[in-house]
Design a binder for this molecule. Structure first.
Ligand SMILES: NC(=O)c1ccc[n+]([C@@H]2O[C@H](COP(=O)([O-])OP(=O)(O)OC[C@H]3O[C@@H](n4cnc5c(N)ncnc54)[C@H](OP(=O)(O)O)[C@@H]3O)[C@@H](O)[C@H]2O)c1
Length: 317
């Protein structure tokens, strides 16, 4: 049994890799840059250099592979367009997996993807779900909605650094999930008979609006946030302007997500039945309070230590 993880250097992919190795699975990671992925090798994974936009590298990566978890997606910082990686690249990956007769394919889509045909990434995710359904693969589709890890850069760090936190007013509340929890579902899906050719929504225990997250961060950090409101209409306007230029395609494709936020439709799911199927206790799912509490406690302790060391260096004796 050998598990191929695509997107293993990413926020979610690295947690899946860690969890798979902790479960003593034999893991191979398809990576674009072996130096950047050095930490995965140190953890005990094999690396194979490849790229979703280069089908020959994917076929090579499939050698000896029995299971695949795909946690890749276009990087916001990449010059590549969403369609090149998340559609053309994924079609190549799925076809290569089918050709290699892999026993299991786990794909990450996004919650409510079918509801937003005008949002490029949502549309592509939904099309990929339909494409998978046309194959003979034994697949499981997991549909998360938002990662807790993403809130650190968006809220926690700016608050600690007394920088402005940009929020979009009262938009769709999101049930953020810890990627460490999502990783457990991905690994459990590999051997789960009822999950064969099934799709599951994956969401955290509670929905959060931007202002609720700000208040939580303020309470846990003991700091006051400087917030500024970014009207959703302005986001839409910038998206339209940037989409007129080739350099702005990727930016505007990503900003199209403002449509999802503006819809007001909560991004959430009842996890009772899914947890039961996957053999995961709902009480085990990380709450945003505990996630951010741990983060702030760790960072504030570090800052205190640094402050103490600096004072010691400055002291004359
Ligand atoms: N972030 C969210 O809140 C969220 C919500 C719902 C669903 N999802 C889905 O969850 C999955 C993981 O998302 P994430 O936020 O963890 O992603 P991420 O942190 O942006 O990582 C993306 C990964 O994909 C790899 N990648 C990008 N282009 C590639 C290419 N051409 N060939 C091979 N690998 C490539 C990256 O490798 P490099 O290190 O080489 O760049 C990286 O490992 C995705 O399917 C995403 O759509 C995410």
């Amino acid at each position: 049994m050998s598990l191929l993880i695509v997107g293993a250097t990413g926020t979610l992919g690295r947690q899946i890799t860690r969890h798979a190795l902790d479960r003593e699975l034999k893991v191979k990671c398809l990576v674009r840059n072996s130096q950047k992925a050095g930490f995965l090798k140190e953890w005990g994974a094999d690396l194979i250099v490849g790229n979703l936009t280069k089908p020959d590298t994917i076929e090579k990566a499939m050698e000896g592979v029995t299971q695949v978890i795909d946690a890749a997606t276009t990087r916001a910082t990449d010059a590549l367009r969403i369609k090149e990686v998340d559609w053309t690249g994924k079609v190549s990956l799925i076809q290569a997996a089918e050709k290699a007769n892999v026993e299991k394919f786990v794909f990450f889509s996004i919650l409510n993807a079918e509801k937003y045909p005008n949002v490029p990434l949502m549309d592509i995710k939904h099309c990929t779900e339909k494409f998978l359904a046309q194959t003979k693969l034994n697949y499981t589709i997991l549909r998360p909605c938002g990662f807790m890890q993403g809130l650190i850069g968006q809220y926690a760090i700016p608050i600690l650094e007394n920088q402005t936190v940009w929020i979009t007013g009262e938009t769709s509340p999101i049930a953020y999930m810890n990627t460490q929890d999502i990783a457990k579902f991905a690994i459990a899906a590999l051997a789960l008979e009822p999950a064969k050719r099934q799709t599951y929504a994956i969401a955290g225990p509670k929905t959060w609006s931007p202002s609720e997250i700000v208040r939580l961060c303020e309470r846990l950090s003991g700091r006051t946030a400087r917030t500024a409101n970014m009207p959703i209409g302005l986001l839409r306007f910038v998206r339209n302007v940037t989409s007129a230029f080739e350099w702005g395609w990727s930016i505007s494709e990503r900003m199209a997500f403002s449509e999802v936020l503006a819809s007001g439709i909560p991004l959430a799911a009842d996890m009772d039945e899914t947890c039961q199927i996957f053999g995961i206790d709902t009480a085990e799912l990380t709450t945003l309070e505990s996630y951010l509490q741990e983060y702030f406690a760790r960072i504030l302790r570090k800052l205190k230590e640094l402050d103490y060391k600096e004072t010691k260096v400055k002291a004359p004796f």
